[in-house]
Write a protein that binds this ligand. Structure first.
Ligand code: CMP
Length: 143
């Protein structure tokens, strides 16, 4: 099982001052931060990141939203990272997300859904390359 996943704290959550609380939840759930940065994605970069969703009805709104303000991107490490992180954040739609999940607490709707998590080990690798160079990545040795 892969040990890394890529997350983005999305624009509306950053704007509403939820970065610290969300990072605290992530760390308390046992994830180590291996790389992190705050950036605003140009529209073309948001389109590239979400290329697999091109053609879907929500694509334009997704790209518009994701480029509307700064995000916090982080590369996270943990055993079984992808699946455990998706469990921590909950369903895409915050109204369907389980009690206690990050999206249930901080998301507004399916677009302003607070946080992203990679959907597979392959996506995690692609998405981490998208944001981070090898010099920006730190190796966490489990305690
Ligand atoms: P994310 O985990 O970043 O990956 C793809 C994003 O597309 C997802 O979060 C949602 O924000 C968005 N998305 C997926 N399905 C829908 C939908 N049915 N309506 C609106 N946005 C969606």
């Amino acid at each position: 099982k892969g040990q890394i996943t890529l997350t983005m704290i999305k624009p509306y959550a950053v704007k509403r001052h939820h970065v610290g609380d969300i990072l605290a939840e992530i760390e308390h759930a046992g994830f180590s931060i291996r790389a992190m940065k705050m950036v605003q994605l140009p529209k073309e970069k948001a389109e590239l990141f979400y290329a697999e969703h091109k053609g879907k009805p929500f694509f334009a709104a997704l790209v518009e939203f994701m480029s509307s303000g700064p995000i916090v991107a982080a590369l996270l490490q943990k055993e079984n990272a992808v699946a455990d992180f998706r469990k921590l954040i909950g369903s895409t739609d915050p109204h369907e997300a389980e009690e206690g999940t990050i999206r249930r607490k901080y998301a507004t709707d399916k677009t302003r859904n607070a946080i992203h998590g990679s959907d597979s080990d392959e996506s995690a690798i692609r998405e981490s390359r998208f944001f981070f160079s090898s010099m920006e990545e730190f190796f966490c040795v489990p305690e």
